[in-house]
Design a protein around this ligand. Structure first.
Ligand code: EPZ
Length: 447
């Protein structure tokens, strides 16, 4: 395999992290002064939820994996780098979005609690570790603010490939049969992004054929599958609900450029919907966002793809209230629900939002109401009645997407909004302060 000449090769046994001025302490806050229109350009980063899975795929080969368009500034990427480093992977993250991960020798099969607790996605190391190393112990990620989020589908899927799984002392302990994992049929009762990815990765090195039915179809999974194919995997059916994998003896290194972050793209679209103005979102695609574009256009926005960029406009009239329901891809993404709700707070009329993916993903509602929004929640649906204006307030960020919804609300609210616990934002929005400031927002980190 020819390595891309731009990519670095890690030499140290430790994670080589880029220097960053973002050091979340848990004490940091964000101060936003409302009243701006947004005008200018924002470069969209590589997708967080693809990047994390590509990083785990590095465990499947003893050759280096080179990743481009990598959101190396994200805290989640740093946290997962530490988990992987603990397992023996050298990780080099460069500021220009190039990363190299090299799992020459796996030196530990245990992902410990103090690392996993910082980020649920760590459970994705389970499949690749088991497939390559024959055993894996991963601390259970535990509950989180957006619902119980169990990992039973991951475990049942791995059992279907022959793994023996026990739960001991808060750890999932998994062991492959002698001779390694064997292909099997995995029928998911409902769609899970993470379980599909975990099983797809494990199956690349299992003996024989694996069929995943009711597989997730998210663009990030297609991207991951394409990278695995570059590494020598045999995968068919990506982007459909049935994925077939023929196991191979070994995978090799590869170079892959990560898909644009559709959730970051959609977040900035909702920001324009709320504040008005015109943004050019660079290096992104709207074909991943059809379930968002349709209601945004129905509400009154103008959105156009122009080569690798997307322009999004709202000039003049208020947005109309529209209804949406979150669903697995290609439905409306749950990861844009909070931002869409923030946008609807100032709509003409009312909109209804139903959340069907997670059972507890309305934590932003009381905070938006503290800023003057009129929102009523009943079971898994929220009715948002448009109000004349929002008013700045001190609010609390509770998860990544809830936090950014409060930033959007702050951009349009009268006066000053102080958002506490913004470390959530740093997990998933690269350079958000710089990106928004460049297009006219008044936003800064304070202590
Ligand atoms: C991924 O989480 C994303 N995270 C989430 O993004 C996203 O909200 C979610 O997919 C849905 O699109 C990453 O990719 C790192 P699931 P994941 O398994 O894989 C239940 C963000 O803000 N379930 O598709 O954990 C689960 O509780 C984050 O960037 C089980 O019951 O989501 C949920 O209700 C937040 N058992 C539903 O399935 C299982 O074994 C879908 O979850 C697995 C999941």
């Amino acid at each position: 395999m020819m390595a891309n000449p731009k990519t670095p090769t890690p030499t140290a046994d430790t994670v080589e992290l880029i220097k960053s001025d973002v050091k979340p302490s848990g004490l940091e806050k964000m101060r936003v002064v409302g009243g701006c229109r947004l005008n200018g350009k924002i470069k969209v980063s590589g997708a967080k939820n693809a990047a994390l899975k590509h990083m785990c795929a590095a465990l499947l080969t003893d050759e280096p994996l080179h990743l481009e368009n990598m959101p190396t500034g994200l805290m989640d990427v740093r946290t997962l780098s530490e988990v992987l480093n603990h397992l023996g992977v050298t990780v080099a993250l460069r500021q220009d979005g190039i990363a190299t991960l090299h799992a020459g020798t796996i030196t530990s099969h245990v992902a410990p609690y103090d690392l996993v607790r910082k980020m649920r996605a760590s459970v994705i190391v389970l499949g690749p570790l088991l497939a390559r190393h024959g055993k894996a112990e991963v601390s259970l990620p535990g509950g989180c603010t957006i619902g119980a989020r169990p990992v039973d589908l991951h475990l049942k899927g791995l059992e279907a490939l022959g793994a023996k799984i026990t739960l001991e002392g808060g750890y999932v302990k998994a062991e492959a049969p002698e001779g390694g994992l064997v292909g099997g049929e995995v029928n998911f009762p409902f769609v899970s992004v993470g379980a599909t990815e975990n099983i797809m990765m494990a199956a690349t090195l299992a003996k024989g054929e694996t069929i995943i039915r009711n597989a997730a179809r998210e663009p990030e999974i297609v991207d991951q599958g394409e990278a695995l194919i570059k590494m020598g995997a045999k995968i068919e059916g990506l982007g459909t609900s049935e994925i077939t994998i023929q196991g191979v003896e070994r995978l090799h290194g590869a170079t892959h450029s990560i898909v644009p972050d559709r959730i970051e793209t959609g977040t900035y679209m909702c920001a324009v919907g709320l504040c008005g103005g015109e943004l050019r979102l660079e290096n992104t695609r709207i074909d991943f966002l059809t379930a968002l574009i349709a209601p945004l256009k129905e509400a009154g926005m103008d959105i156009q793809q122009d080569g690798n960029d997307v322009t999004v406009k709202r000039n003049g009239a208020k947005l109309k209230g529209v209804d949406i329901m979150t669903e697995p891809y290609p439905g409306f993404p749950t990861d844009l629900q909070a931002q869409f709700m923030a946008m609807m707070t100032l709509c003409d009329g009312a909109g209804m939002i139903s959340e069907t993916v997670f059972e507890n993903r309305f934590m932003h509602v009381p905070e938006l109401c503290r800023m003057g929004a009129d929102i009523t929640v009943k079971s898994n649906s929220a009715i948002i009645r448009g109000v004349e204006k929002l008013k700045g307030a001190e609010v609390m960020a509770t998860d990544l997407r809830a936090s950014v919804a409060l930033v959007l609300a702050g951009l349009v609210a009268d006066g000053e909004t102080i958002i506490n616990r913004i470390y959530h934002l740093d997990r998933g929005y690269e350079n958000i302060v710089e990106k928004l400031t460049a297009v006219g927002a008044q936003i800064e980190r304070i202590r």
